[in-house]
Ligand binder design. Structure first.
Ligand code: NDP
Ligand code: BG6
Length: 484
């Protein structure tokens, strides 16, 4: 297979917060990788912007260090790094002040795509939008890229949408959810809508339930003060997991174009039932021998914020009524493993007689690590002894199936930034989608707050609190094991 890299149009990409953690770890190394892949045209420019005093040379040194620290050694090539750095500039600017804005206006070129990445604290998004407009730096074709969190509830998300809409049309606003940039997440759409095989079975008549697990081994140490104001519900469910649910559950869009896809995703969010209290389990990781527990990491011994959440969700529409979606995500769990498992019902009539431990067909889409898909099917156990059945996986690892091409799969940020330059919003959240997700989430959080709900402790390195296991056990089901 030959990978096809199509260069994007010439651009000026301004990264507000160009010296921050996200820029250093993800955005700039990602752009370097696209440069190495040949996707960046000759006259593309990247302009870092922040308040700290720095000149172009200082910024190039800063970015060189970021590439060395955050790119795999095999991707580090001195000549390539120099070529990439020559496209970088820096401008000292204050999102809340007047300094630097006319310099930025003077630096921007006509006739190239103008993109502005808001990689700063969300409290500055409105200031940036206002000043870009006031200084006539953004034109009608310019794009802004807005990082998460997009609000912390429906009211703040609406306010943010409103302030952005004062200066930018919806087609110019790219709300990032980096899960949408993950290769396997996009493959969900390819598998569902590029094959005839699955779609006829993709409904409540044939699917018993769906499990979505996004498990992390890291705790929140180092970013405890941010996390403690969010918790797993705001940090992961309202955005990343909600997007996964949408892609798994949505109707086939009429076209693979941004609004057709997002219209269908929106319908899924709007069809989500409110949750009953016994359909939610919240947890906080405990200390182990080596590392502190959540309450120490978040620096609030009385915190009631959850570092784990499991839920039984329901979609009220013709396709899914009666098929629960069990979702769980958490920090300091047994393994870093994210997957979606579609568990099919048993055949309507069993001609082989009762056999122990039959578990039926399961389609597993592994998001990370080891991206791939696995379909469990029933076959006859080889050898004599009658018709004994056994389940075996039909396994497809992208790394094996695609060979060297799998190594060139762009990281989520790389792909999403290139989509911004191309002007393709399919993998970005629309304003109404974000609002609908908060509209579903808000009452759940409000109910915890009203009753002072305290998350259950769970052992670091476990699968979460016991109650999360019970969420399925009491329905006669069980979670898949969390393992890499
Ligand atoms: P940091 O605190 O590490 O960096 C903030 C950046 O903004 C710095 O470059 C800072 O430089 C600049 N900045 C701060 N105030 C101003 C101002 N008034 N005017 C201009 N620039 C300013 O934040 P992160 O990089 O971690 O996060 C950035 C955004 O990305 C946030 O919205 C965050 O929620 C989001 N995000 C981050 C992730 C991560 O992994 N880090 C993951 C997902 C989302 P200076 O102080 O010199 O101005
Ligand atoms: C971020 C969350 O959006 O996603 C983090 O703020 C989380 O808490 C991260 O760790 C997970 O992303 P990934 O790509 O490592 O699964």
């Amino acid at each position: 297979m030959v990978s096809r890299v199509i260069p994007v149009d010439p651009f000026d990409l301004v990264i507000f917060g160009g010296t921050g953690d996200l820029a250093r770890r993800k955005i700039l190394p990602g752009l370097y990788r696209r440069y190495c892949a040949g996707q960046m045209p000759e006259d593309a420019r990247i302009i870092g912007a922040a308040r700290g005093e720095m000149d172009d040379a200082g910024y190039r040194d800063f970015v060189r260090e970021a590439i060395v620290e955050f790119s795999p050694p095999k991707e580090q090539n001195a000549e390539q790094i120099d070529g990439f750095l020559s496209r970088l500039h820096f401008i000292v600017i204050d999102a809340k002040g007047t300094g630097g804005w006319s310099d930025l206006a003077a630096l921007m070129r006509d006739g190239v795509v103008r993109a502005f990445y808001f990689s700063v604290a969300p409290g500055l998004f409105g200031d940036l939008a206002t000043r870009l407009h006031a200084h006539a730096i953004a034109d009608d074709d310019s794009r802004i890229v807005v990082e998460k969190p997009f609000g912390r509830d429906l009211a703040t998300a609406k306010a943010l949408n409103k302030v952005l809409a004062e200066h930018f049309d919806e087609h110019q606003i790219y709300r990032i959810d980096h899960y949408l940039g993950k290769e396997t997440v996009q493959n969900l759409m390819a598998v569902r809508f590029g094959n005839i095989l699955f779609e006829p079975l993709w409904n409540a008549q044939y699917v018993d339930h769906i499990q979505i697990t996004v498990a992390e081994t890291v705790g929140v140490g180092g970013r405890g003060s941010y996390y403690d104001k969010s918790g797993a519900m705001r940090d992961m469910v309202q955005n990343h997991l909600m997007q996964l649910i949408c892609l798994i559950a949505m109707e086939p869009p009429s076209h693979f174009d941004p609004d057709a896809v997002r219209d269908e995703k929106l319908k899924v969010i709007r069809a989500l039932d409110p949750l009953a209290p016994d359909e939610i389990v919240r947890g906080q990781y405990l200390a182990d021998e080596d590392q502190p527990g959540y309450l120490v990491d978040c620096e609030d011994p009385a915190s009631k914020t959850e570092s784990f959440i499991a839920m039984k969700m329901h979609i009220s529409n013709w396709r899914w009524k009666g098929t629960p979606i069990y979702v769980r995500t958490g920090k300091r769990l047994r393994a870093r493993a994210s997957e979606i498992a579609v568990v099919f019902k048993d055949p309507p009539h069993n001609i082989f007689g009762e056999q122990e431990d039959r578990r039926g067909n399961v389609l597993v889409i592994r998001l990370q690590p080891n991206e791939g898909m696995n379909l469990r099917v029933t076959i006859k156990e080889p050898g004599p002894g009658g018709m004994r059945l056994v389940e075996v996986p039909l396994d497809m690892s992208f790394a094996e199936a695609l060979g060297p091409d799998a190594e060139d799969i762009p990281d989520a940020y790389e792909r999403l930034i290139m989509d911004v330059i191309r002007g393709n919003q399919t993998l970005f959240m629309r304003g109404d989608e974000v609002e609908a997700a908060w509209a579903w989430t808000d009452p759940i959080i409000a109910a915890w707050e009203a009753k002072g709900d305290k998350p259950k402790g769970y052992d670091a390195g476990s699968s979460g609190p016991e109650d999360a296991l019970m969420l399925l056990h009491r329905d006669g089901r069980r979670w898949r094991e969390i393992r890499e």
